[in-house]
Design a protein around this ligand. Structure first.
Ligand SMILES: [Cu+2]
Length: 119
């Protein structure tokens, strides 16, 4: 009985090893680079940040692009980030390394508000 249990455990371990990444070191590097979520865009269009609430994982770089013919800025309410004035098609990027909620606005049009939620 005891022997069959350990055989079963070995079999489970084998299945797990087969499905897992061979090198734990490599797995960690893959998590850090986050290929599927490393670059996310927020569009500024018709005086609106889109999406209004963007949820990303920590370490993600968010890029804002101004699609309006009017200059806008991207300014964190808490002073975490602040862009220069973005003319048409200008971009601003910021990498969010810590989880939290980051509300921001356009300093030229303060009614333009949105937020980034970092998990
Ligand atoms: Cu604006």
């Amino acid at each position: 009985m005891r022997r069959s249990v350990s055989v079963l455990a070995l079999a489970i371990a084998g299945v797990f090893a087969f499905g897992a990444t061979p090198s734990p070191r490599k797995a960690r590097a893959e998590v850090a680079t986050q290929p599927q979520g490393s670059a996310v865009e927020v569009k500024i269009d018709n005086f609106v940040f889109g999406p209004q609430t963007l949820t990303v994982s920590a370490g993600t770089t968010v890029t804002w692009i101004n699609h309006d013919d009017i200059p806008h800025t991207v300014v964190s309410n808490d002073g975490v980030f602040k862009s220069k004035v973005l003319d048409t098609d200008d971009k601003f990027s910021f990498t969010f390394s810590k989880p939290g909620t980051y509300p921001y606005f356009c300093s030229i049009h303060p009614k333009m508000t949105a937020k980034v939620v970092v998990q």
